[in-house]
Design a binder for this molecule. Structure first.
Ligand SMILES: [Zn+2]
Length: 487
């Protein structure tokens, strides 16, 4: 699906270039014939850190990407650029501009581009070198005044002698963004040296964590280059690797068992084996808040929370239910998020609904039906709130169509999915999910969602009923409430 879009972009790109340079055209044509598939960018070079000082110094080469005419390169706004260099086809320092209107949803990044000689056009060399430095707040506790108002996934978080930095929102490395297709290339190959003289452990997603102050890491398969470094212990079990969890031996075994259970359920529900070894990271919250949040950088899952809301809460009977659902939700992103890679910000949002649905299905499978019912009930309260503005799944086309991402992804969509399941039956629902996962077509493609649903329902009248009740119109919330009968 993506390859098709990219071909389209490339041919438009070529017609522009034709007037300018025949040789560039030739090389582009060559790359077209040798690369039917969309290319995966690669980052190489060095990144130096100090967890005590909160500093980052990078010398990163970005290469192997497709020629995109309408692009931006996102970089964390805390990074100061020393210079940007064209490495290929020619070596020279580049002049750059910033596009102030572009941002990730959480405003961590600044977007750069290189203006071409022709006014209004952009220039993208074949290979780029970025040198930049940043200094970030170091949080050592949340008792004194030294903490942040909020913490979130894209935060470059230096805390308690550790650095937690995601590869999707933080934009710690030059992250290529295709504007026309709303596609960010955060999944990259890497060949990188990580150096941290005041660390003892280094981990980058897709490689094994090591006990060292520096390491050379290589990944030929696309990964979100999430980084977790500092001083922490590494614990290994059959299904999982734990970073900074500080579990007892029994807890490691218990947590491994829980993960195994979730993974077994997801594999059998989707009929797609879970092939990765899961890495769980215990990070902290830089804000003085109760609770926690978690995020997936497959196959690494990070829990940001301070005691008692840390990974050990898994073993706390009172917290068990909620924590188990978080765990299952994150692991579900292996399917909706990795097997099915997110193409757009909208798909990313829709995948939240499926991950949440899958985690609740897991809960049902282990006898937590009551917990599932309570969860759906409270979701219904959120979506029935008259302040919640949304467009049904068949009509939503951008994030601007809703006013509350959380409620849409974690409440509205799971309710819609459970309602559809109630109408068509559990077996057909499972078949639908399997069909969705089988294809490369994004979940945000409404025709694809509908055609797969039509296929599993196999009856035009029932199909139309489901579509009319839950995909379109103003009464989807009322229809959910009548279908699920949660009260
Ligand atoms: Zn999620």
């Amino acid at each position: 699906m993506l390859a098709v879009i990219m071909t389209d972009i490339r041919s438009r790109n070529i017609s522009k270039q034709m007037k300018q340079n025949f040789i560039i055209l030739l090389s582009l044509l060559l790359s077209l014939t040798t690369n039917a598939q969309d290319k995966i960018p690669k980052i190489s070079g060095t990144a130096k850190f100090s967890v005590e000082n909160g500093t980052i110094e990078c010398d990163i080469i970005l290469s192997d990407y497709s020629q995109i005419s309408n692009y931006l390169i996102r970089l964390n706004k805390g990074m100061n650029i020393v210079n940007i260099q064209s490495v290929e086809p020619n070596e020279f320092l580049l002049g750059y501009k910033r596009e102030l209107s572009d941002s990730l949803q959480t405003y961590e990044s600044v977007s750069y581009y290189f203006p071409a000689d022709v006014k209004g056009q952009k220039f993208l060399p074949k290979k780029l070198r970025f040198r930049y430095v940043g200094k970030f707040p170091v949080i050592n506790d949340t008792i004194s005044e030294n903490y942040q108002k909020a913490d979130w996934r894209g935060n470059i978080a230096f805390m308690n002698g550790l650095l937690r930095m995601d590869g999707y929102q933080s934009a710690w490395f030059p992250t290529l963004y295709d504007i026309d297709n709303d596609f960010q290339y955060e999944l990259v190959k890497y060949d990188i040296e990580l150096i941290c003289e005041d660390c003892e452990q280094i981990y980058i997603n897709g490689s094994k964590p090591i006990n060292a102050k520096r390491g050379h890491f290589v990944s030929e398969s696309p990964r979100e280059p999430y980084i977790f470094i500092g001083k922490y212990d590494i614990q290994e079990a059959e299904n999982i690797t734990l970073l900074n969890a500080n579990f007892t031996k029994n807890q490691v075994a218990e947590f491994d068992k829980i993960n195994g259970k979730v993974v077994d359920f997801l594999s059998s529900y989707t009929n797609i084996p879970y092939l990765e070894k899961v890495h769980w990271v215990q990070a902290y919250l830089t804000a003085n808040e109760k609770g926690y949040f978690a995020f997936a950088s497959n196959p690494t899952f990070t829990l940001c929370g301070n005691p008692p809301s840390d990974l050990k809460a898994t073993f706390d009977k009172q917290l068990e239910g909620g924590f188990l659902l978080t765990l299952a939700h994150e692991l579900s992103h292996y399917y909706f998020g990795t097997i099915k890679n997110c193409n757009t910000t909208l798909e990313n949002l829709l995948d939240e609904g499926f991950a949440e649905f899958m985690s609740l299905k897991f809960a049902e499978s282990i006898g937590m039906e009551q917990k599932v019912k309570e969860s759906l009930k409270s979701s219904l309260e959120y979506v029935e709130d008259e302040d919640f503005k949304f467009k049904p799944i068949g009509e939503i086309s951008s994030l601007a169509d809703i006013n509350d991402r959380e409620t849409y992804g974690y409440d509205y969509q799971p309710l819609i999915l459970f309602s559809i399941e109630k109408e068509i039956g559990k077996e057909k629902m499972k078949q639908w999910i399997r069909l969705l996962l089988k294809s490369d077509t994004p979940t945000s493609d409404k025709d694809f969602m509908k055609s797969t649903l039509r296929e599993v329902i196999g009856n035009e009248k029932d199909y139309s009923k489901v579509i009319n009740k839950f995909f379109h119109g103003e009464h989807t919330v009322k229809n959910i409430s009548e279908t699920l009968k949660l009260l």
